[in-house]
Design a protein around this ligand. Structure first.
Ligand code: CMX
Length: 462
């Protein structure tokens, strides 16, 4: 049955797209062809009327403090409110869970539905989501040169390093790079970029699964892509768990809600910066993956699990809040950060953490798992400890505090691999913005840098 199509975006809906689409089945390209001219006109009007209007002050703390809070990027697909957390085109995670299509027989949002929402600002019909699933499945096979490259890498090479290399090597077939070489018009950039982005998202599961199999389960045959199931179903199947494993529903949720987190986070921003040079989407996203591989960003989910397992080993049975408190202080006093806590923008518990915790609450097997219990207990103790420690601006759990322990429960125990899953997900948002940057003709990013002496001179006497 076709689901009623709604326009989701607060930004999109401000008069521009505030009309209901007929419940016809469009391709994602056709949906974009409809919305792009309206956004282009909106941007042109803003530029004409307000190019010189002021959005805020640039303070010294912005320049020396990682640009936190500096309003300096255009990014439409998601907004991160410090207290409320992420919204995708105006929809919160619970809204998405209610409105976006699930897999047949499943409950969780599928990646295709989230991708459609991010790209177009619209909630797709079920038929549109299924059509996109099929398109991605049809485009999902890896070219031989990428298979050969990945198979030739040492299994001791970190899975994220391998993922970035595989993604970069996919640029061999870049439609954008080929078209640019032939001399296309600027107005056509987005359409070739879209081709690359769809192809890349389609191929990420096969690439990520191949890395997993080579490193952790060598010698087993990887199943072929099933054209009748969704992207994540195929991913889990290729990982070797079977498409109907409980892990599939978890990863559907995980991949949908990790898809985008505003534009300024390190991975998305890297894709945007590199993409602004007109590097093709494969090169842009490869660079983004290496930002995601940093321990302060995506690698934190691997760090959290390692840290919680060490805590479990150290504390033994009968873990109490008091014992967890002591362990947290031990981490802090050794000069380390508590992984999975704090955030550059959020000032409340991360709603992605809450969504993953709720996933656990409805499943008795997960609730009974001692590691999942420990994560829950830690989240009850850590905020007070971090407040007392007094450094972090946000003492609450972020998404990484919960994500790894469920993977571990379901048998995906190789935590060096966890950031790869994050990398499969973040492509949804980062590549969406690449399409839009080209559609809107955004220029090369080139902020002004200043020396310490230049800053001192500028602020003297203020
Ligand atoms: N444990 C201990 N100290 C922490 C802390 C934590 N979890 N989070 C922040 N702090 C410290 C910072 O190191 C900083 O100390 P210094 O002043 O000595 O440098 C101080 O508190 C202020 O930091 P902040 O402004 O609150 O946080 P930042 O914006 O600088 O950093 C983040 C944000 C996520 C890197 C940081 O909270 C952190 O390191 N957390 C642990 C790693 C983690 O969970 N990362 C995952 C992020 C999620 C995502 O990528 O989406």
């Amino acid at each position: 049955m076709l689901r009623q199509t709604r326009f989701a975006s607060r930004h999109f809906s401000q008069g521009i797209l505030a009309q209901r689409r007929m419940a016809s089945t469009k391709t994602i390209r056709e949906a974009l062809e409809e919305v792009i001219p309206k956004k282009q006109a909106q941007l042109a009007a803003l530029k004409a009327r307000h190019s010189q209007s002021v959005l805020g002050d640039v303070k010294v703390e912005h320049v020396i403090g990682g640009m936190r809070g500096l309003k300096a990027m255009l990014w439409d697909a998601s907004v991160l409110d410090p207290l409320e957390g992420i919204r995708f085109h105006g929809l919160s995670i619970p809204d998405c869970q209610k409105q976006l299509t699930a897999a047949p027989g499943g409950k969780e949002i599928i990646a295709e539905s989230m991708l459609w929402l991010l790209l177009t600002g619209q909630v797709p019909t079920e038929a549109e989501t299924r059509q996109l699933s099929r398109e991605l499945a049809e485009k999902g096979d890896l070219p031989k040169h990428v298979i050969d490259l990945i198979d030739s890498l040492p299994t001791t090479l970190h899975p994220m390093t391998q993922l970035g290399m595989g993604v970069a090597a996919l640029n061999h077939d870049s439609k954008f790079a080929a078209a640019y070489e032939e001399g296309i018009k600027k107005s056509e950039y987005w359409t070739h970029t879209l081709d690359d982005c769809i192809n890349l998202i389609a191929r990420l599961p096969a690439l990520a699964a191949r890395i997993y199999r080579n490193v952790y389960k060598p010698g087993q045959e990887i199943p072929a892509i099933n054209k009748d199931i969704d992207l994540v179903g195929n991913y889990v199947n290729m990982l070797g768990f079977g498409a109907n494993h409980d892990l599939t529903e978890y990863l559907r949720l995980y991949i949908a809600i990790h898809g985008d987190h505003e534009g300024g986070n390190a991975s998305a921003h890297t894709a945007h910066l590199v993409g602004s040079t007109l590097a093709d989407p494969y090169l842009s996203y490869s660079a983004a993956l290496y930002a995601l591989a940093g321990p302060l960003h995506g690698l934190a989910n691997q760090e959290v699990l390692r840290w919680q397992l060490d805590m479990q080993k150290e504390l033994g049975n009968n873990i109490t809040h008091e014992k967890i408190k002591e362990s947290l202080w031990k981490t802090l006093k050794s000069g380390r950060v508590v992984p999975g806590y704090g955030h550059g923008v959020l000032r409340n518990p991360d709603p992605r953490f809450v969504a993953l915790q709720e996933f656990c609450l409805t499943r008795p097997d997960l609730l009974a798992d001692p590691v999942i219990q420990l994560v829950k207990q830690t989240s009850e103790v850590a905020p007070d400890v971090l407040k007392e420690h007094g450094k972090t601006k946000n003492p609450y759990p972020n998404v990484d505090a919960a994500s790894g322990c469920v993977l571990y429960h379901y048998g995906l125990t190789e935590f060096k691999y966890y950031t790869v899953i994050f990398g499969v997900s973040r492509a949804l948002g980062a590549l969406t913005q690449l399409v839009w940057a080209r559609a809107l003709g955004l220029p090369l990013e080139r902020p002004k840098s200043l020396s310490l002496e230049a800053i001192e001179k500028l602020v003297e006497g203020q």
